[in-house]
Structure formats: C-alpha cells, structure tokens
Design a protein around this ligand. Structure first.
Ligand code: ADP
Length: 471
C-alpha cells in the first residue's frame, strides 16, 4: 500500500508541475508575443533571436521552369529539382536524391564538406540531362541550410554556430553560400545560390505556394522552430529596412524561447543539466521529439527509486539517457489493448523491466499522457503567440482589446511539418484542442494548421524560383 501511495504522489506532483490551464496558456501566448517584440527591438533583446531572412516575397503559384535545391540540415543531405508550370497545383518533382553525410566530413574542413556536396550536385545534374545547364545558362539554386546563420541578404549568410553533431571550426563566421559557390565553380557547375534559407522558411514557402493565406510555419520534429511573415516597420532593430512587399520572413529560432510562465518540472531541470547545451533551447526541451521520451524515462526512473512497482533493484537501462525514444513513448501512450501489451513489451525490451503489473502499466500511459499533453498545449500557445504578434488572434494585436468587429478575423493558415505532429495522433489532438480552448470555437475556425511535405527541399527550390530573375 505504502509503495503505491509514494508512486501516486510522484504522479500527482508531475501533474501539478505540468499544469497547463487555459489561464496559464494565455500567459504563455502573451509571453511569446512580448519576447518576439523584444527580439525585434534590439539585437540580443530576447532569448528569441528573431533572425532576418531577407525573404520578402513568398512563392504564389505563378513560378515557372526548372529549379534546383540542396537541403543540408542533419545527417542526410538531399539534392532535388522541381518543374513548375505557373499553376499552383502542379509541382512536378522530377528527382530527389538523399545521401548520408560521411561521418568524417561532419568534423573535417569546410572545403571537404562543400566539395562533397558540389560533387553530389554535379552527379545529380549530369544524370538529369538538363540542357540549359549544359548549354551554360546560369542556374539558380535554393540552399536550405538548417543551422543558425546571420544573413545579410537572401543569398548570403554567415554561420553563427554548428549544431546537430557538426563541428567544422573553419566554417564558423564564414559565408555559407559563398563557400558552396566556390566549390561549385571548382566542379565546373554554372550555378548560383539565389536563396539561402532554413527549413522553416522552406515550409512557409511551400505552404504559401499552395495557399496564399499561409503566414507562418512551425516544425515539430526532432527539434522545433518557427518563422512568420513580419511587417518590416516592426523590425525595429533594423530601422530603415525596406522591401518591396513591406514584409519579411523572420526566423524566430523559437526552440530557445523561455518564460517563467512555462510549467517546468524537476525532470526538465535534470534533463537540461545533463544535456550538452544547458540553459539553451529551453522551449525545445519541453516539446520536441528529441526529448519527450527522455522526460518520461526520468519519471519512470524516479518511481522505480521510490517503490518496487517496476521490480526490485532497478534496471540499468532505465538510467541510460535517450533509450526511450519519443516514437516508442507514443506507442505506449496509444496502446489500445486491454492488457496494455505494447506497454509491457517496450518496458521489457527497451527499459529492461519485465513483468510489470497492469496497474503500473496504466501509470506509464498516464505519464506519457501528461508529458505529451503539456508539450502539445505549449506548442498551441506558441503558435497563438505568433498570431497575437501579427494581430491575427482575434483580439486586435499585442496591446489591443477584443472588439466585436475583430471577431470577423481573417482566415489564417499555419504550415506545419515534422514527425511529432504528423505521426503522433494524441499530440496533434491535444494541440488542436488547446487552440480551441484558448481562442474559443468561433475564432479558432479561422486558424488552420496545414501539413506540408518536404518544405525544406521543395520550399528552397520555390524560394529560389520566386527570387530568380529568369522567369
Ligand atoms: P527531423 O525533425 O529529424 O528532421 P522529422 O520531422 O521527420 O525529422 O521528425 C522526426 C522526429 O519526429 C523523430 O525524431 C521523433 O522524435 C518524432 N516522431 C517520428 N515518428 C513519431 C511517432 N510515431 N510518434 C511520436 N514521435 C514521432
């Protein structure tokens, strides 16, 4: 009896610490809008970097011709080409090629990495028989480079720092597009980087290509980030910034968002301390696929220390960081069998805990639920923070108050990508539910989350197309 009391107390404490009432979510919405404002007001004014992208117009469906893109953002990189016929509904993607980045290149030199990329691109183009490239017309290239860069124009940007296992010292501070162009020239490729973007911008571009009401994009996969269309006059830190459209896409780097209103637990604090980047990416560590499974593991570990409901003596696997991945956690959470056999199997095979009682399995499902529900609701609040900053949350902007006419809010589409959102049904449902709770049913009808697919690849080619001079 006593052991269950202790375990139930751990669960109760978790639930309380993860509490996301509508009231609290609204505070997060406000905090996000306020931090966005601060990040736009001055360099370093907020944990949100609010990076300028120099993307000032988004593809609208009228683009024409063949366009190429490179996508480098993780362990794979891809080359692709698309064909456009000026008709929004048709993107003829004629080829995609995915290649792993050889491990040694991730920590080698910039020259080695870009030579490898340029060779792959050349092989790809040689195979495609693109007559224009062969005839010497300069080709546009979209380059998705999903590492933080400081841009000075749409086609250039300096690497701020590597992430995701890359560490090439001689590249930090260098212009990424220029390095690629030099490598392409060496290979005899007559191409120019017309658009250097990150993956969220690609997602926004692809979303906008298909639906002109798309004004923001969010990626919720292994990591998380968002970007949106901002008025240039609101970008105070760059006074006098002028674009023809009056708008610019801003890359928020929202994984680093932080606010005292975020519901934080002791497990989050421990996870952060144990991570290679403590005090960094605080929002991401509560919501993205990289971390959710590990938060659950930490709660189970705690319970196993408080009681013997997960066996005596403890399991050594349970102490290993990241053994419980988020897809496995989702499988336990969504186990619909009466005896929770998927939960039992994963506890046994992955965490080394055999023969767990049904009651304890139910507890595990409950933990998954608490952790995922918190994550999904915080993403909902984050998205609505963006819409609030844009004056599209039905309240009339950051300082405004609700008036009757505002309820006739514009249709607003947010492009969404990432495995956590697309593959994890419970996550998605909790996110939608929270949006309705915060906005109210009437206003929520105007906010549409639309899944795009492969914005980081196709989107880059589209931005290259819409910023190219030859169509
Ligand atoms: P990435 O973000 O790595 O570029 P994705 O957008 O495809 O790629 O996201 C993959 C991430 O999504 C995985 O790391 C995992 O955390 C999460 N994920 C994938 N499938 C599932 C699933 N079925 N349930 C829960 N999370 C999932």
């Amino acid at each position: 009896r006593g052991k269950w009391r202790r375990v139930v107390r751990v669960l109760k404490e978790l639930e309380e610490a993860c509490e996301t009432s509508v009231g609290r979510l609204k505070q997060v919405v406000d905090a996000m809008a306020v931090e966005m404002h601060a990040g736009l007001a001055s360099e370093g004014g907020s944990k949100l970097k609010m990076l300028l992208t120099y993307v000032d117009n988004l593809p609208d469906g009228n683009e024409l011709g063949t366009h190429y893109a490179l996508d480098l953002g993780g362990t794979n990189f891809r080359v692709l080409s698309i064909q456009l016929q000026g008709n929004r509904s048709s993107i003829l993607e004629h080829d995609v090629e995915r290649r792993p980045i050889p491990q040694h290149l991730m920590t080698s030199t910039g020259n080695d990495l870009f030579d490898f990329i340029a060779s792959s691109l050349k092989e790809f183009i040689d195979k495609g028989n693109d007559s224009e490239v062969l005839l010497g017309g300069k080709r546009d290239l979209g380059f998705t480079f999903s590492f933080p860069t400081k841009q000075n124009s749409i086609s250039s940007g300096v690497l701020i720092k590597w992430t995701k296992g890359f560490s090439i010292g001689d590249m930090v501070g260098k212009d990424v597009a220029e390095s690629l162009e030099q490598a392409m020239t060496k290979k005899g490729l007559n191409m120019r980087v017309t658009a250097l973007i990150n993956d969220t911008v690609g997602t926004l571009a692809l979303g906008h290509y298909h639906d002109a009401d798309t004004v923001a994009a969010v990626i919720i996969g292994t990591g998380t980030n968002a970007c949106y269309l901002e008025r240039t006059d609101a970008i105070i830190k760059r006074q006098g910034l002028l674009t023809t459209s009056g708008f610019m896409v801003v890359n928020m780097e929202w994984g680093n968002f932080w606010s005292s209103h975020l519901p934080r637990t002791s497990y989050d604090i421990d996870l952060d301390c144990d991570s290679p980047n403590p005090n960094d990416q605080g929002f991401e560590k509560m919501i993205s696929g990289m971390y959710l499974g590990d938060i659950v593991r930490r709660v189970i570990l705690r319970m196993s220390q408080e009681s013997d409901i997960f066996g005596l003596g403890g399991s050594s696997r349970l102490s290993m960081s990241f053994v419980l991945t988020t897809p496995l956690m989702a499988e336990m959470h969504e186990d619909r069998s009466l005896d929770l056999r998927d939960v039992a199997r994963i506890l046994k095979d992955i965490l080394g805990i055999p023969e767990v009682s049904l009651k304890a399995r139910k507890l595990v499902v409950r933990i998954c639920d608490v952790v995922t529900r918190r994550a999904a609701r915080l993403v909902a609040a984050g998205i609505l923070g963006i819409l609030k900053k844009m004056g599209r949350d039905g309240t009339g902007g950051i300082t405004g108050t609700r008036s009757r006419s505002d309820v006739n809010m514009k249709r607003t589409v947010v492009a969404v990508e990432g495995g956590l959102y697309t593959n994890y049904t419970m996550f998605r449902e909790y996110l939608h539910e929270a949006m309705i709770e915060i906005l109210g049913e009437e206003i929520a009808k105007n906010v549409i989350l639309k899944v795009t697919e492969d914005g980081s690849g196709i989107g880059a080619a589209l931005v290259a197309a819409s910023h190219s001079s030859n169509y």
